[in-house]
Every structure is written in structure tokens, then in C-alpha cells.
Design a protein around this ligand. Structure first.
Ligand code: CA
Length: 227
């Protein structure tokens, strides 16, 4: 059972999604605007989000982009009438995990919600992760080292959460530059090395012999997670 935030301004559709999810035992908060959704992020602490794009006070893609920029990895499904390939690609590019085009059959949406939620649970409990010496609360953006609060800069936090959302995968410096710094991949790879060095000081037991963030020769880095 998950806490699910529905962001949808169409009354009948919102209600039918709510009823269907409640039948699966999920706990629902339904927001009809982005403003209400922003409040619900704090107050309701959702574990999964279903997001419409055309909303009375803005576009859902902006909501998704902002959410991901905070480092949040809450599973998110876009539900929209925008069916073009370009719209789907944009939806996934701003950080949605799945994309469902209206009109759709409710059982299909339920199956996707349940699959996404199951996958999330396998990857760890809720939004709190332990990486090496660090405990990271992704929802509240708090990082603890050996239970002491640690002040990470925005870039450090984004790099850390990007690594955490791609565990045990070799990541190139170019990919990290694009996704963390928003820069094209050909320049400034030295920047990546500097920031990885900083993270290692906090994450590793022995920073000179890293075993949490390891080098991938000729490519970049890998965050090693066992679960
Ligand atoms: Ca709408």
C-alpha cells in the first residue's frame, strides 16, 4: 500500500482513478492544481505521483522538472492526452518514469502504478537511503554522516542523488556533466573528478581507497550498492 498523489483537474477522471487506487488499498491525496500539489508534497509525503499535464495553474512538465531538480526520485507517471512522440519524449526527459496517454483503461493504469511501486520498494525503503557512511533523506534533502548533519551544496547533492538513482552502473563523466551540471559532455570533465573527490571524503571510510564510488577505467565512476 502506497501514499499516492493524484494531480488531475478533470473531476470524473480524477475520481475514477482515486476509487480504483483505493480498491487496491492505496492511500490517496488528490490535488486539482499545481499549487495544491506542491503543498501535498510536504504535507502528504507521497510515495508515488500520477501527474496530468494540462492544469489550471501551469504545466505538469514544469512540476516534474522542479521535483527532480530537488533530487527527489519519487516514482511519477504522467497521464495526459498529449500523444505525440515529441510529447512522450519530453515527459520522460523531465524525469517521469512512465507515460500513459488518455483515454486509457483503468486496469492498465493500475498495473503500471503497481509495477512502478513494486520496483521502487525493491530499490530501498521509501525515500531514505544509506550509502557508505551517509544516510540520505531524499524527500527532506537531509544528509547525515555517522548521524551528524552534513551541509551539501546543490551540485553535490544533485551528483549524489544522480549516482544513487543509477546504482551499480558505470557512468561516464560526459553523462554526469550533462545530467548534473546541464553541460555538454565534451568539456570540463575535470569538474566531475573534483566533485567526486569531495563526495568520497564523506561517503568512503577510507577516501584514498574508495569502495563505494569506484573508478571505471577510461569511462568514469560507479556507485556500488549491495541490497
Ligand atoms: Ca487537465
Amino acid at each position: 500500500m502506497a501514499r499516492i498523489l493524484i494531480i488531475e483537474d478533470a473531476e470524473i477522471l480524477g475520481m475514477s482513478i482515486q476509487v480504483a487506487l483505493e480498491e487496491f488499498g492505496h492511500d490517496i491525496h488528490w490535488s486539482r492544481s499545481l499549487e495544491s500539489a506542491h503543498r501535498a508534497l510536504e504535507a502528504f509525503q507521497p510515495e508515488l505521483i500520477i501527474l496530468d499535464l494540462g492544469l489550471p495553474d501551469g504545466d505538469g512538465t514544469n512540476f516534474c522538472r522542479k521535483l527532480r531538480a530537488t533530487g527527489s526520485i519519487i516514482p511519477l507517471i504522467i497521464v495526459t492526452a498529449r500523444e505525440t512522440l515529441a510529447a512522450r519524449i519530453e515527459g520522460l526527459a523531465v524525469g517521469a518514469d512512465d507515460y500513459v496517454v488518455k483515454p486509457f483503461e483503468l486496469p492498465e493504469l493500475m498495473a503500471r502504478v503497481n509495477a512502478l511501486y513494486r520496483r521502487q520498494k525493491w530499490h530501498g525503503p521509501g525515500e531514505i537511503r544509506t550509502i557508505g557512511r551517509l544516510t540520505v533523506d531524499l524527500t527532506r534533502r537531509i544528509t547525515l554522516r555517522d548521524d551528524e548533519p552534513l551541509e551539501l551544496t546543490d551540485t553535490e547533492f544533485r551528483l549524489l542523488t544522480y549516482l544513487m538513482s543509477h546504482p551499480n552502473q558505470p557512468l561516464s563523466r560526459a553523462e554526469l556533466l550533462v545530467n548534473v551540471w546541464g553541460q555538454s559532455g565534451s568539456t570540463q570533465t575535470r569538474t566531475v573528478d573534483v566533485f567526486i573527490g569531495r563526495l568520497r571524503r564523506w561517503v568512503e571510510t577510507e577516501p584514498s581507497q574508495p569502495d563505494v564510488i569506484t573508478n571505471v577505467r577510461g569511462l568514469g565512476y560507479r556507485l556500488n550498492v549491495s541490497d
